[in-house]
Design a protein around this ligand. Structure first.
Ligand SMILES: [Zn+2]
Length: 272
C-alpha cells in the first residue's frame, strides 16, 4: 500500500524552520505536484534546483531530510514535471509517491483554512502544532482527516464487488463510505452495506487501515460475512454494478497502492 515505505520513514514532527538548498521542495499547483524524472523512477525536487525558498512551510521529513511546501517556480525546471493525483498512484519508488500525495493533502488543507470559519479573520499557522489559528477569536483548525470504512462482504467462496456509477475509476471496488457524526465504525459498515447493496452482514473483522490522502480520508478495512439472503438491491445513485464473484472470477489487482486492492487480492488468493 502507498504508506508501506519501510525502511524509509516519513516523520511528521511539527517543525518551524527555513529550508536550505539540500532540503526537499514540494510544489503543488492545482492538485498536481512537481516531481523529478529519474529514468522510469521519480525523485523529490531539492530547493537547489531552482525552486524559490520564500514562504516555504515545513510539512514533514523523509529519511531525515526536511520537506517543505514551496512556491511554484515560474518555469518548470529541466527534467521535472507536474504529476496529477492519478499519476501519483503509479509513481515509484513508493516513498516518493507517499510524500507527494501527503504534500498535496496538506497543501489542500492549508489552502482551505486561510480564513477563520467562525469570524472570517485571516488565520496563521500555529507556533505549537500542525494547526491553523485565528488571532482574533482563537479558533483552532486541525488537518482534515475523514474516517471511512472499506467493506469486503464474503459469502463462502464469493466476494461482493461493485463498480461506481459516476467516477473515472472503472475497476471493481468494495463497499465504502464515510463515518457519520455519532456513528461507530461498525455502525457505518452495517449502514453502508445496506444502503449500497441492500444486504445484511455479520461477524465483522477489522483488517488494516490506510491514510488515503487522495480524499482526506483514513480508511479502515473490514471483512464480514453475508447474513441472510444474497439478493442485491443496488443504490443506482452511487453504483452501476454489484456482483458476487468467486475467487477464480476476480481480476488480479497486483501493483495497486490501495487498501481496497490489497483486500480484494487477499481474498482472491485464498488468504481470507
Ligand atoms: Zn476567528
Amino acid at each position: 500500500m502507498i504508506q508501506d515505505i519501510a525502511p524509509h520513514r516519513l516523520d511528521r514532527t511539527y517543525v518551524i524552520g527555513k529550508p536550505d538548498s539540500a532540503d526537499i521542495a514540494l510544489c503543488v499547483r492545482r492538485g498536481r505536484v512537481l516531481l523529478q524524472r529519474q529514468g522510469t523512477d521519480w525523485a523529490l525536487p531539492r530547493f537547489g534546483s531552482g525552486i524559490p525558498m520564500e514562504d516555504a512551510l515545513h510539512v514533514f521529513s523523509l529519511d531525515g531530510v526536511d520537506c517543505y511546501l514551496a512556491r511554484t517556480p515560474e518555469e518548470v525546471p529541466e527534467g521535472m514535471e507536474y504529476v496529477d493525483v492519478t499519476g501519483i498512484r503509479t509513481v515509484r519508488p513508493m516513498e516518493v509517491a507517499f510524500a507527494a500525495i501527503t504534500a498535496v493533502q496538506l497543501h489542500r488543507w492549508y489552502g482551505a483554512r486561510q480564513f477563520c470559519g467562525h469570524c472570517g479573520h485571516k488565520m496563521a499557522p500555529s507556533e505549537m502544532e500542525r494547526a491553523m489559528v485565528c488571532p482574533a477569536c482563537g479558533q483552532t483548525e486541525y488537518p482534515k482527516i475523514c474516517p471511512a470504512v472499506i467493506v469486503a462482504v464474503t459469502n463462502g467462496d464469493k466476494l461482493l464487488l461493485t463498480r461506481y456509477a459516476n467516477r473515472p475509476f472503472r475497476g471493481y471496488a468494495l463497499i465504502a463510505g464515510f463515518v457519520e457524526i455519532g456513528e461507530t465504525l461498525e455502525d457505518t459498515v452495517h449502514r453502508e452495506v445496506m444502503e449500497e447493496v441492500g444486504v445484511r452482514v455479520k461477524n465483522l473483522r477489522y483488517y488494516k487501515n490506510q491514510p488515503w490522502a487522495f480524499t482526506d480520508t483514513l480508511l479502515t478495512g473490514f471483512y464480514c460475512e453475508l447474513d441472510g439472503e444474497e439478493d442485491i438491491t443496488l443504490d443506482h445513485n452511487e453504483l452501476c454494478e454489484g456482483v458476487w464473484l468467486s475467487r477464480e472470477e476476480i481480476p488480479s489487482r497486483e501493483n495497486d497502492v490501495s487498501l481496497t486492492a490489497e483486500m480484494i487480492e487477499r481474498f482472491r488468493l485464498g488468504k481470507e
